[in-house]
Design a protein. Structure first.
Lengths: 1081, 235
């Protein structure tokens, strides 16, 4: 069933590859039972028998009562706002700050409540794509666990009291006052900060955040004399080298990076960059790399020194003469960099030390990257955030701080452990915490003020390209909260004078009570964009979400003299064999630094690589595990020798990790996050494990010399790794029969760029584009005319004639014919589509326990396959393919033929419709679906057990549930218990766009309908549309020679096609990487 | 212990009991069927409204166009109950709000008190205020996505689903609005298609009363080809 690795092996989990007997058994069971154990869950409260008894009784009573639905009231506006049409969603441009930059967004609002966030396509450096964080942010807005009122000394208070108290404590000149905030790129907040420090000259201001780009700023300062932010234009680079960096994965500017990266990787347009990634933790970027070189973080300095030496040498190194695989990759990298001067870029991650960063800047400079592939942005010259918070701790210890104001952030949880922030803060006489949640920091502060969500406040931010973004509130603060801007404005005590009366009348009646915050933002902008017609400029900026042409950059920097790292240039060449480990702290793709801990969508999102949900883990490579005798899920204690701290973490074995490196996500183990992320006071266990306890000022990004002690306790991960597998067992046999003896028709197809180009040339020359026969392959007459157009990478075709077994009384070729294509070459597995689908389609969260039972409800899953070659799975040449799978909308759908109640039927436009109201939950359709894309509601996840099923709470109060309901998309039915559901191709968007076009008496335009996953995709891997529109991007994708359908031999005619992935290995290295060789039959 | 056997005469009742059981079950099934039938449940539903608004007077005698109040019907899924301000245009007790003054018809009328209270609560446009809570008459299940604009723009008149509202003192449900009822029209739309300009003319009759040919002509002109796929209405 599960084969030993051969020359080319795709596998989902490590156990599957090595043939763990236990897992083989489990896998067999998984194939037998698609939906995991079907027995009633113990958490259900009612036994099946009891339930039947109750149902019998209620049926009897129910039928006695009248059968009309309950009385429903309609509450129209008293005065309907101008241009508001009930039932038509409205879109507003806004922006949020995340990870040190502003992000331009487009919010969809229904009846005054925002329900969806996407990228702002009007912004010159943004498309409609976004990332998982952006998509999930909306859930925080409606989180019932948000702090709802200010508190003073343990009692509930109101904002008037709190602001009065704050003013009193700050006093007249700010003596003994300290402010701790997160660093921000908001011009208004920074202006108010300056004004605050002018008005209270004795006050001190500190900035801290868990994941800052301190090292980049310090590095650029070393290299160029002043700190700057570097923005990489990936589409301009032919050779990309990432060093411990994840620019297209967990990065504030990931959507733009991903879009540019994908644009520079368009095999059909004959543009193909080559990506080398050198890193300790296998990242999204690493999984997209053509050459992935796992290297311990501690070896990175030596690697960079070695690289600079080679670049300075100016001579390409012969790949053939290199000793080891890693040296071969190094040699190829050097040759490529030298050959493409001016078209290359080296990218540093935030974990690399300033010295290494500076050295990389120098290499970039030598290779002519500045102003070619990198542009630099202005940055504030400040001490690193770790230094700042250490200083604050010192001031508090020296009793120099009597009053502390904390704006946002969660220093008690996130600050270096050696500062003992909880004790330190509790020593301050008067401390006030302003935050979205009553979190760990709020608990040790004397008073607390509830902050407004970004979507409830006015603001302004600098985008990644330096453009000036405007944030407008989408909704009045739900709990009367205030934004930091308003609190600061109150403290500064200056209400900016109106610039003219015109503005006053224009905004009259709009956003009552928020006027002053908006004015502050406007006044800041006016000083930058002064113009006699500023009112128009401002109105346009609020409408667009940014000021036009406000993007800027600095001139290409000049190097200053510095030594850089002097590490041994050979140190990186040896692999780890045994001994001490290094522990690397990484940002989580779910909770980031812990700020999204209470966000159920992100918690339940299967990790792009590990497929873990609701957890973090200590990720180690298979070799590390073998050497240390670690097993999957085993608890291990990690001792940091230098500081004497230790932490106990469960181990996850992750191929592609650097040997001797342990990577752990930050942001888990929150004790006061809420009912989702953990709240020990309410008896809700924390999600994951807090690794912050060994993260100190000395060991901020990684802890070297870590000793590991195994323990016998085992931990239960909720991983979706083996869930919803397409049946490999049956597939192999069918393949053998239908494709001929040689025929393995893989689920994921890929080949090399060189081979693809070669193939294209051959086909253009030999046959011409219209030739429909495969190359050098003639089967004679008995195959009839069922050879499709030639396909790459494999030109095989079915050995029998597909027949229409279910003739219809209508023609699927009349009218619209919806289809989708997913380009595996562009898909980076970033998960934005999964959350976008969840937000769009009201998909509930099920909780860790249910995920462990295989009951997650995501309509879209991303299948991640590791690709290994036969000799070993430990080493450099592990690769990954990501494949998003949702309903394929088969024209001859196997699910439809087995439904006893016709609850899933075909629409005339080729959609596989799901009629929830007819569904009686036999789950036959799910069993018969070869793609395993159907999901079953085991419980009323959306009603009885609360919309967000808090795993440790039975029910949510009615008020909380109504709050959560505000987030629902009214265009999609909320499913109840016992009902199947699956991807509908966003039929609500199809229908509404069709109706709109008909109302406007026109045809649908090409590419007019954007489905949710397509809209969210930053790299534009997904296309959707009408297969009859020959000029549409979709049809072009379906006609691409790389296109193929999943499980074609099953005769299902899926409407979703995949485009084979193209890898671009260095020509001298192709032989090394058997998995990537094009396999031709 | 001796086994107990039913005496033979009991056998006579077996048939009677089976027959009786079947009759009871059948009776209950019939009751259930008719009791829950959309015609039973929906037709004639006529809830009491907070203001006894008469469509007969406004739409009938005064000949106000439906879209004077239900003005989003061309653009949106909802025909939209009008904001109180629309009532205020005539019954606003002579108050002036930005851009317009509100009318003075029936300024003292008691039945119009909720309208005036609603306007008052909003301080005539200064704040959101309290709406008049109207009671929904035509209530489709939540899993049905009916779109008014898709029908109105395609020549389906209000009267096809709502009946002669212009003759109703109090609005009541005249059509079953069951799925079969919807599908009947989606399968044979011709009888309900007219010039889209005339959709709010509830008393409209085609020339010569010949719906069949008139409807067919317009259905062809408007390229009406209603879908009966599930996802047309259910999402």
């Amino acid at each position: 069933m599960i084969q030993k690795p051969n020359a080319k092996q795709y596998f989902r989990s490590f156990e599957a590859l090595v043939g763990d007997p236990q897992l083989e058994e489990a896998f067999g069971e998984a194939i037998e039972h698609d939906f995991g154990a079907a027995a009633p869950s113990p958490g259900d409260g009612l036994s099946r028998r009891r339930w039947l008894q109750l149902m019998g009784a209620s049926m009897a009573f129910g039928s006695m009562l009248g059968c009309r639905m309950g009385k429903e009231e309609i509450a129209p506006f008293v005065f309907r706002p101008h241009n508001r049409i009930p039932g038509i969603p409205e879109k507003y441009a806004t922006s949020v700050e995340f990870g040190g930059i502003g992000k331009p967004l487009l919010a969809t609002s229904v009846d005054g409540r925002p329900i969806k966030l996407d990228g702002n396509p009007d912004h010159p450096n943004c498309n409609h794509g976004s990332d998982a964080f952006t998509q999930a942010m909306i859930l925080d807005l409606y989180d019932p666990d948000r702090s709802r009122n200010p508190r003073i000394g343990g009692r509930d208070a109101n904002w008037e009291e709190l602001l009065k108290l704050t003013s009193e404590l700050v006093g007249t000149d700010g003596t003994g006052v300290a402010v701790l905030s997160e660093p921000t790129v908001s011009p208004t907040i920074n202006r108010l900060k300056t004004e605050f420090l002018e008005k209270y000259p004795q006050a001190k201001w500190f900035e801290f955040t868990s994941l800052a780009n301190d090292n980049e700023l310090a590095g650029t300062k070393l290299a160029f004399g002043k700190p700057m932010r570097q923005r990489v234009l990936y589409d301009r680079a032919k050779i990309i080298v990432t060093l411990e960096a994840d620019p297209i994965g967990i990065d504030a500017n990931a959507p733009e990076n991903a879009r540019r990266f994908a644009a520079g990787r368009d095999a059909d347009a004959k543009v193909m960059n080559r990506l080398y990634s050198v890193e300790s933790k296998f990242t999204t970027t690493g999984s997209m790399a053509d050459h992935h070189l796992p290297l311990r973080l501690s070896q990175m300095g030596s690697f960079v020194s070695s690289l600079e030496q080679a670049i300075d040498g100016g001579e390409p190194i012969s790949v053939g003469s290199a000793n080891s695989k890693r040296e071969k990759i190094f040699a190829a990298m050097v040759s490529d960099l030298l050959a493409h001067r001016g078209d290359v870029v080296l990218v540093c991650g935030y974990r690399l030390s300033p010295e290494i960063q500076a050295q990389v800047c120098r290499i970039n400079h030598k290779l002519g990257s500045y102003d070619a592939t990198i542009e630099v942005q202005e940055a504030v010259d400040a001490e690193s955030t770790v230094e700042q918070i250490s200083k604050l701790a010192g001031e508090i210890a020296g009793a120099k701080v009597q009053t502390l104001l904390v704006f946002g952030g969660n220093p008690v949880y996130a600050a270096p452990a050696d500062l003992r922030m909880a004790e330190t803060l509790s020593r301050v006489t008067n401390s006030i915490h302003f935050g979205l949640y009553f979190d760990e920091t709020a608990a040790v502060c004397g008073s607390h003020g509830n902050l407004a969500h970004a979507l409830e406040s006015w603001g302004d931010y600098r985008g990644a390209d330096g453009s000036w973004l405007v944030a407008q509130p989408l909704i009045e603060p739900l709990f009367g909260a205030k934004s930091p801007l308003e609190i600061l404005a109150h403290l500064v005590g200056e209400s900016p004078a109106r610039s003219n009366d015109e503005v006053a009348s224009a905004e009259n009646g709009q956003m009552n009570g928020r006027r002053s915050a908006m004015e502050h933002v406007r006044v800041t902008a006016e000083s930058e964009f002064a113009s006699p017609r500023f009112v128009e400029v401002w109105n346009q900026a609020v409408h667009d979400g940014f000021f036009k042409d406000s993007a800027n950059r600095l001139d290409a920097p000049e190097l200053v003299d510095f030594t850089g790292s002097t590490e041994d240039t050979d140190a990186w060449k040896s692999d780890w064999d045994s001994g001490d480990l290094e522990l690397v702290f990484i940002a989580s793709g779910h909770v980031f630094d812990g700020r999204f801990a209470n966000n159920g969508w992100l918690q339940e999102l299967p990790d792009f690589l590990t497929k873990l949900t609701w957890d973090n883990a200590a990720h180690v490579s298979p070799k590390t595990a073998r050497v240390l005798g670690l097993k999957q899920g085993m608890f291990a204690t990690f001792d940091v020798e230098a500081s004497g701290n230790s932490v106990k973490l469960p181990v996850n074995i992750l191929p592609g990790m650097a040997n001797g490196s342990v990577a752990v996500e930050l942001g888990y183990g929150r004790t006061k996050a809420g009912r989702v992320g953990g709240n020990v006071d309410q008896g809700v266990a924390p999600v994951g494990h807090n690794v912050g306890v060994i993260r100190t000022t000395q060991h901020w990004n990684s802890a070297p010399a870590v000793k590991l002690t195994r323990s016998s306790t085992k931990y239960r991960f909720a991983t979706t790794q083996e869930h919803f597998r397409m049946d490999k067992l049956g597939q192999n046999e069918i393949n053998r029969r239908t494709w001929g003896d040689d025929g393995d028709a893989p689920l994921v197809r890929e080949g090399t760029y060189a081979d693809y180009m070669d193939w294209l040339t051959r086909h253009d020359n030999d046959h011409g584009p219209d030739e429909s026969h495969g190359d050098d392959h003639d089967h004679g007459d008995h195959h009839g005319d069922h050879h499709g157009p030639p396909r790459w990478p494999s030109d095989r075709h079915l050995h029998f004639k597909n027949v229409d077994i279910s003739p219809r009384d209508y023609d699927l070729d009349v009218g619209h014919k919806w289809g989708m294509s997913i380009d595996l070459n562009k898909c980076i597995g970033c998960n934005a589509c999964v959350i976008a689908c969840q937000a769009e389609n009201n998909i509930p969260i099920v909780g860790k326990d249910q995920v462990a039972r295989g009951r997650e409800l995501h309509w879209m899953r991303i299948d991640r396959y590791f690709v290994a070659s036969e000799d070993d799975v430990d080493a450099e040449n592990i690769a990954v393919v990501q494949q998003p799978v949702a309903c394929q909308h088969c024209e001859k759908a196997p699910c439809e033929t087995v439904c006893p109640v016709a609850a899933t039927v075909h629409s005339r436009e080729g959609l596989n419709d799901m009629v929830y109201n007819r569904c009686i939950g036999t789950r036959y359709c799910g069993n018969n679906c070869p793609y395993k894309v159907r999901r079953f509601n085991y419980f009323n996840y959306s009603e009885e057990r609360t919309f967000v099923k808090y795993p440790n709470e039975g029910t949510m109060s009615e008020a909380d549930r109504q709050l959560q309901n505000l987030m629902m998309n009214p265009e999609v039915t909320v499913r109840s218990r016992g009902v199947m559901e699956k991807c509908t191709y966003c039929v609500q968007r199809i229908q509404n766009t069709k109706i709109l076009a008909k109302n406007e008496k026109r045809e649908l335009r090409d590419n007019e309908i954007l489905v949710a996953c397509q809209q969210a995709c930053p790299s534009e891997a997904i296309e959707f549309g009408d297969l009859h529109r020959k000029q549409s991007r979709l049809v072009k994708a379906h006609e691409n020679p790389r296109s193929y359908t999943l499980l074609e031999e099953m005769n299902n005619y899926p409407r979703t096609k995949y485009l084979a992935r193209v890898r671009n290995p260095h020509p001298d290295l192709e032989g090394l990487f058997k998995p990537w060789e094009a396999d031709r039959s | 212990m001796q086994d107990f056997h039913f005496p033979n005469w009991v056998n006579r009742f077996t048939l009677v009991m089976l027959g009786g059981g079947a009759a009871v079950a059948g009776y209950l099934a019939i009751v259930l069927f008719f009791a829950t039938h959309p015609n039973t449940v929906n037709l004639g539903h006529k809830p009491k409204q907070p203001v006894p608004f008469s469509h007969r007077i406004h739409a009938g005698l005064l000949q106000l166009d439906c879209r004077y109040c239900h003005n989003t019907v061309h653009d949106s899924a909802h025909a939209a109950i009008p904001p109180t301000a629309t009532c205020g245009n005539c019954h606003g007790a002579n108050r002036v709000v930005p851009d317009r003054s509100l009318g003075v018809i029936w300024p003292q009328n008691e039945t119009l008190e909720p309208v005036r209270a609603s306007l008052e609560s909003a301080e005539y446009g200064e704040n959101p205020g309290d709406p008049v809570m109207w009671v929904r008459v035509h209530d489709l299940p939540d899993f049905v996505y009916f779109n008014h604009s898709a029908h109105i723009n395609r020549g389906v008149s209000c009267v096809s689903c709502h009946g002669r509202v212009d003759l109703m003192e109090v609005v009541e449900q005249k059509k079953a609005l069951s799925m079969k009822w919807c599908l009947d029209c989606h399968r044979n739309p011709n009888d309900h298609i007219r010039d889209p300009e005339l959709v709010t003319r509830l008393d409209f009759e085609p020339p010569g009363g010949d719906w069949a040919s008139y409807g067919k002509e317009w259905a062809e002109k408007l390229n009406i080809n209603p879908s009966t796929s599930c996802s047309t209405c259910h999402r």
